[in-house]
Design a protein around this ligand. Structure first.
Ligand SMILES: *[C@@H]1O[C@H](CO)[C@@H](O)[C@H](O)[C@H]1NC(C)=O
Ligand SMILES: *[C@@H]1O[C@H](CO)[C@@H](O)[C@H](O)[C@H]1NC(C)=O
Ligand SMILES: *[C@@H]1O[C@H](CO)[C@@H](O)[C@H](O)[C@H]1NC(C)=O
Ligand SMILES: *[C@@H]1O[C@H](CO)[C@@H](O)[C@H](O)[C@H]1NC(C)=O
Ligand SMILES: *[C@@H]1O[C@H](CO)[C@@H](O)[C@H](O)[C@H]1NC(C)=O
Ligand SMILES: *[C@@H]1O[C@H](CO)[C@@H](O)[C@H](O)[C@H]1NC(C)=O
Ligand SMILES: *[C@@H]1O[C@H](CO)[C@@H](O)[C@H](O)[C@H]1NC(C)=O
Length: 750
């Protein structure tokens, strides 16, 4: 009995095996057919082809799905034309095409191959591709027809999304209408090749979203994932231009799907949980909706409202919440090209309608864009490596967005803005951010201060007698007026008229009570009688402090000292050095920076932030204005020292508006560009012998640090030991004559 049962069991098993085997073929040859219930299975069991009913529908469709359950459809043959009964048959027509017949033997669907086939074979490949070819050419890849050419809603690895450039044939995705109905929905995902290739989702004839151009690695406006999952690729051959991808390795199963609501989903199969995990979807957020904001409008998803005019543009509409149709951002007026520069916006999806050149690099692109005043923006077309290629925009900037924080996408985008905006960018931050910055600065300055105190304490144990002190505004102002009075004395009040020629921060010493002393008369020159100015053969002085007429022509006058004083005033107020000053927004020196800020009514931002607790606004502004008056380009425009002393001392007195300073664009400014690789200064601006610079180097030990930590040397004790340090001049005293006697106006011996 037991034996019989076992026998029957094995017979059944064999029977089942035979049945399974007979239907589990991967190909269908001429004269054969598949009926509803039978399937083709690819050789490694990846995909299966057969009849199915979607969702709750009773309709029958011929489709391809992943063999692994749950059934996930990747392709449907008769999407528009369902079979109503379970009697469909897939066979070959007389001419060798695949033919789907219903119960009445009428054609529901056919693969229209271009050529008649004598001995056709249809095979389901492990890629999920159903291919039709002649039996003879089995080895060759020449297909008469393939399902990959007619995608449904799914892009599998190896499928092409794009164009045959020779025939104009386009492959694109269309979603199902609903889970019950594979009829093509209103959306389609296409590769737009009217400019650089980009993906678009279209609904009817309306563009729903665009991906931004292919940037050599990906579509700029689609989030990038850590790519150990798939490798995206854009293929451009003579015949074809298409997007495709392949999995990172054989273990990864991934696909792209356009779902019923027209959203592209990147899905990855999780073998453990046996379900599809979504890596990302696109459109990603509201900002991805095509032209969600108006022209020249930046869409920023983290802001409210999300649309904000780009830097350098102002809104023409009344209401920030206006619809994109009524919103309009227009350019702020500015002089082109002198009053303009380029601002770098990082992580941007690039807008539409650009001009492109693959062989230009970013520098050439910038130069080209700078030249043509109707060029509004530029960017690299390929971000691979250092970046290459050039895109330029000439009209309104439409459909751009800032990419969401925390995601890798987008690229650098450079827009033309008025030069004043380059200065202001730093200050565009919201109050909140400002608070954070202030907090961070306080914390970091506390830390640095702590560090300095620690170092100072250590040194003090050994000796840096020298004390370190931050100068509050009141003290700084008294130093400023002290220097001015000292210079006035040299110019007018002393018996001899003295021009210092090398007034600079490191030549101002502070005594124990922080009284300023002008020192180092090594270059000083005595003027006799009514001389207004003199010429010198050898121009000597310090870069950053020399007036243009002195540096260029060797013309010395009291006004060249006034120029140096002006630089010094701005330095003392800002706590920064004129020379070597760096700003991310432009290439001006400190004077140029002050000038830009002054012109936009924000001169106060120049002030050293550590003065925030102690400053007197009117005095600070007065010092800056007097400073700018002193550094005016033309000597005759500059005030003399008696006016300077008077203007500084009398708060109520009206001041003239300063004109353009001299030497504020010393670094070959051509419109100002945000880049970090600037090449210091151009050689043409200053042609000065280097000796004086070396002279200044010698004194660097204590002097150049004045404006860093305001180190106060106790010069009475130290002056003997410090090389290059000469006896200082005390304003109002008669020491000047001594100094003259001691150093003369010859070059000091070093
Ligand atoms: C191809 O044709 C040969 C003979 O014509 C036949 O034996 C073979 O089975 C065919 N192959 C397929 C896959 O139909
Ligand atoms: C193939 O058939 C479809 C309709 O099923 C038709 O729109 C298309 O033009 C045909 N293509 C060729 C190459 O005959
Ligand atoms: C082959 O037959 C199908 C269906 O009968 C038809 O639609 C198609 O145009 C034919 N193709 C050729 C090349 O004759
Ligand atoms: C399509 O995908 C998006 C993003 O995953 C999702 O929010 C939406 O509900 C999906 N639509 C349907 C009909 O499943
Ligand atoms: C796959 O699913 C399992 C179980 O849900 C989960 O623990 C695992 O993290 C998933 N793997 C990936 C790569 O998401
Ligand atoms: C692209 O730029 C290169 C180098 O500047 C130039 O030689 C070429 O003519 C440009 N091509 C086009 C189409 O403008
Ligand atoms: C600036 O570029 C536009 C668009 O390419 C062109 O029509 C115009 O002639 C150019 N202007 C100059 C001055 O080169």
């Amino acid at each position: 009995m037991k034996c019989l049962a076992v026998f029957i069991f094995f017979r059944l098993l064999i029977l089942i095996f035979i049945i399974e085997f007979s239907f589990a073929a991967d190909s269908l040859s001429s004269g054969k057919f598949i009926t509803d219930g039978e399937t083709l299975v690819s050789s490694f069991q990846s995909f299966e082809l057969g009849f199915f009913s979607p969702g709750n529908s009773k309709n029958r469709y011929l489709g391809i799905w992943y063999k692994s359950s749950p059934r996930t459809l990747v392709w449907v043959a008769n999407r528009n034309n369902p079979i109503t009964e379970k009697n469909g048959v897939l066979t070959f027509s007389n001419n060798g095409s695949l033919l789907l017949l219903n119960q009445e033997k009428s054609a529901i669907w056919s693969s229209n191959s271009s050529r008649m086939l004598e001995n056709p074979v249809a095979q389901l490949l492990d890629s999920g591709n159903l291919v039709l070819r002649d039996n003879i050419s089995r080895s060759s890849e020449e297909y008469m027809w393939q399902s990959f050419d007619y995608p449904s809603d799914t892009l599998l690895p190896g499928m092409k999304l794009g164009w045959n450039l020779k025939t104009g044939f386009e492959r694109y995705l269309t979603p199902w209408r609903s889970a019950d109905d594979p009829t093509p929905g209103e959306f389609s995902l296409r590769l737009d090749i009217s400019a650089l290739p980009e993906l678009v989702i279209i609904s009817g004839s309306r563009k729903e979203t665009r991906s931004g151009p292919w940037n050599g690695q990906q579509f700029g406006g689609i989030p990038r994932v850590k790519n150990s999952i798939f490798i995206p690729k854009l293929e451009h051959t003579e015949d074809e231009l298409y997007f495709t991808f392949r999995p990172f390795n054989d273990e990864v199963i991934t696909r792209l799907l356009v779902n019923e609501s027209g959203t592209l989903q990147r899905l990855v199969w999780n073998e453990t949980s046996t379900e599809w995990r979504m890596l990302y979807s696109w459109p990603f957020d509201t900002c991805d909706s095509y032209a969600q904001c108006g022209a020249n409008d930046n869409c920023r998803i983290s802001k409210t409202p999300i649309c904000e005019c780009l830097t350098g543009f102002i809104s023409k509409s009344q209401d920030d919440w206006d619809s994109p149709e009524t919103r309009r951002c227009v350019r702020k007026p500015s002089d082109c090209p002198s009053g303009e520069g380029f601002l770098k916006l990082p992580k941007m999806k690039l807008p539409e309608n650009y001009w492109s050149n693959k062989s230009m690099n970013l520098k050439e692109c910038e130069a080209e864009c700078t030249k043509n005043c109707s060029c509004r923006a530029y960017a690299n077309s390929d971000v691979t490596g250092e970046g290459s290629g050039c895109l330029m925009w000439f009209g309104d900037l439409v459909d751009l967005r800032e990419c969401s924080e925390g995601y890798i996408w987008g690229q650098d985008f450079f827009i033309r803005v008025p030069a004043s905006e380059l200065v202001s960018v730093k200050h565009l931050n919201t109050k909140k951010r400002l608070k954070i910055i202030v907090a961070v600065s306080i914390i970091s300055s506390t830390f640095i201060l702590g560090l300095l105190l620690c170092i100072a304490w250590k040194k003090a144990k050994n000796k840096d007698r020298e004390r370190s002190k931050l100068l509050p505004w009141k003290k700084r102002f008294s130093i400023i007026t002290g220097i001015a009075r000292g210079l006035l004395y040299l110019h007018q009040d002393s018996k001899l008229q003295v021009i210092h020629r090398d007034l600079k921060a490191s030549n101002i010493l502070l005594d124990i009570n922080l009284n300023p002393k002008i020192s180092d008369f090594g270059l000083a020159r005595i003027f006799g009688g009514d001389d207004e100015e003199a010429q010198t053969e050898r121009v000597a002085g310090t870069h950053g402090y020399m007036s243009p007429e002195y540096a260029n022509d060797g013309t010395i006058s009291m006004k060249s000292d006034v120029f140096s004083l002006g630089v010094l005033l701005v330095e003392i107020v800002s706590g920064k050095m004129n020379r070597g000053f760096r700003h991310p927004g432009h290439r001006h020196n400190l004077i140029g920076h002050a000038w830009l800020l002054w012109n936009v009514g924000r001169a106060l931002e120049l002030m050293d932030t550590c003065l925030e607790d102690s400053f007197v606004e009117s005095q600070v502004l007065r010092c800056i204005q007097v400073g700018l008056l002193c550094v005016q380009k033309l000597p005759e425009d500059r005030p003399d020292m008696s006016s300077v002393v008077f203007l500084l001392a009398n708060d109520g007195v009206a001041l003239p508006q300063p004109r353009q300073p001299g030497f504020f664009t010393e670094r070959g400014f051509t419109g100002g560009v945000l880049s970090n690789h600037e090449k210091c200064h151009s050689e043409n601006a200053l042609s000065v012998t280097m000796q004086e610079d070396q002279l200044a180097q010698k004194d660097k030990l204590i002097k150049s640090t004045i404006f860093k930590h305001f180190i106060v040397p106790n010069y009475q004790d130290d002056s003997k030991n410090l090389p290059g340090l000469r006896r200082p001049f005390v304003p109002g005293s008669s020491v000047a004559a001594d100094i003259m006697a001691e150093t003369g106006h010859s070059k000091p011996k070093l």
